[in-house]
Design a protein around this ligand. Structure first.
Ligand code: C2E
Ligand code: CA
Ligand code: CA
Length: 423
């Protein structure tokens, strides 16, 4: 049901071009995409692809990397030259490393790869992939329609001003997802994740509006401060019920333009008499490696003021622990793309293991995000991951639901002695 919701909320059907010389694959992907309301065109070789591409501009392209006599990398170069702004779904029958190298190349060409997959793909997985592209589509279409002024489309494209209006009119909500100590399974932290409850479009996920808010410094700043303020209000409510659990807030790299960011945050805590240990911040590795001067200044001062700092989505960027060693992080959050297949993929396992080992020698905590099963939780704990987060324990929840969840885990004890909080 949520699937159709996303498609219906888009200004028009998304258009997919499938480029694969296996007709079975094009038929399968085409069937699933049409079922979701997409329009589809298939091409079995380079010539057909160029023809299809010259016709209706695709919003997404599913591209097989081995395409008869030509190869996918050549097609990537063509797409980069044409400044293709849609999503790419890279497919290959070869091993994961070929795919990830192709993905790197696509990224370096400035193309947006929604996903890279080894064939065959399962129906469920394909639905998830298309749904992800549907979510990603909003910012792309925003850019596109601004550039080309597409006519005849309903104006349901989001602008930064819409995000500010949503903040002001109370349409945003802050959900919290528990992070657990891997050993004793106590709740050590809560991640604050913003949602937008739109009166017409329903719940809009952050992936769809954060990138738009980021187009405008004032908007993303307003959003981040709303998150900080709301997180502090939630923290106070939780504390009153015996759950004084630190809350972790996601920062955008655009937030790091103002050197007084740590001061503004510290003042917000002081106003309420809340200690800095109640708040921590998450920042992706690519954001942390941005403009080193200002970024190091801000991050170091946040640590000096007593806030914990986490590297988010670790493993997805271009950095290594080596070039992050001069940044003042206290924890590493292993990206969920490694966690979700750590039990199946040797490569993911190797990455998780080496990050955990290096983190341990550097005295950094490791959080595995995207833990969806008991067996994953057990396995990651045995590997030495220090904290776990994921649907297996709880989805991100509104405050009341989270309170119920916390109370249910700590019967009687919660009332009598306060929380099972550590860290
Ligand atoms: P993130 O920081 O990596 O947040 C974790 C995302 O993983 C969340 O998605 C969460 O719901 C999801 N997740 C948690 N456990 C599982 C699991 O077991 N399986 C799977 N498949 N997913 C899981 P969400 O809430 O949709 O947020 C998406 C992204 O939006 C966040 O990724 C973050 O980058 C951004 N975001 C959310 N809130 C904020 C915010 O207040 N400020 C900023 N700058 N970005 C935010
Ligand atoms: Ca995060
Ligand atoms: Ca993350």
């Amino acid at each position: 049901m949520t699937r159709n919701l996303i498609v219906e909320n888009l200004p028009r059907p998304l258009h997919l071009v499938i480029v694969d010389d296996e007709r079975g694959i094009t038929a399968f992907i085409g069937f699933v995409a049409r079922e979701r309301g997409w329009t589809v065109e298939a091409a079995v070789d380079e010539a057909e692809f160029r023809l299809a591409y010259a016709g209706q501009k695709p919003d997404a392209i599913a591209l097989d990397l081995q395409l008869g006599r030509s190869d996918g990398i050549e097609q990537l170069r063509f797409l980069a030259q044409d400044r293709f702004g849609g999503s790419l779904l890279l497919l290959s029958g070869m091993d994961e490393r070929v795919l990830s190298a192709a993905r790197e190349r696509a990224n370096s060409l400035g193309l947006s790869v929604a996903v890279s997959e080894t064939k065959p793909i399962r129906v469920k997985r394909l639905h998830d992939i298309l749904e992800k592209i549907e979510r990603d589509f909003a910012p792309a279409s925003a850019k596109k329609s601004a550039a080309t002024r597409e006519s005849g489309q309903p104006a349901s494209v989001i602008h930064p001003a819409d995000v500010r209006a949503a903040l002001e009119s109370g349409q945003t909500e802050l959900h919290l997802q528990p992070i657990l100590n891997a050993r004793d399974r106590s709740v050590t932290r809560l991640e604050a994740l913003v949602r937008w409850r739109h009166p017409i479009f329903g719940m809009i996920p952050p992936d769809r509006f954060i990138p738009i808010a980021e187009q405008d410094e004032a908007t993303i700043d307003a959003l981040t401060f709303w998150v900080v303020e709301t997180a502090l209000a939630h923290y106070m409510k939780l504390s009153r019920q015996g759950f004084a659990i630190p809350i972790s807030v996601n920062l955008s790299r655009v937030n790091l333009h103002a050197l007084d960011f740590p001061d503004v945050v510290a003042a917000a805590l002081e106003k309420r008499g809340i200690p800095p240990s109640a708040l921590s911040f998450e920042l992706t590795e690519s954001a942390a490696l941005g403009d080193p001067g200002a970024v190091i200044d801000i991050l170091t001062r946040l640590r000096l003021k007593g806030f914990a700092l986490m590297i988010d989505d670790f493993g997805t960027g271009y950095s290594s622990l080596h070039n992050l060693r001069h940044l003042p992080f206290s924890e590493i959050k292993l990206d969920k793309s490694f966690i979700c297949d750590v039990l199946q993929s040797r490569d993911s396992l190797t990455i998780v293991k080496s990050v955990v080992d290096m983190a341990r020698t550097l005295n950094l905590e490791t959080v595995a995000e995207g833990v969806e099963s008991a067996s994953e939780a057990q396995f990651l704990t045995a590997l030495g991951v220090t904290a776990l987060q994921g649907y297996h324990f709880s989805r991100p929840l509104p405050l009341d639901a989270l309170l119920n969840w916390l109370h249910a885990r700590t019967p009687a004890k919660a009332e009598a002695h306060g929380p099972d909080v550590s860290g």
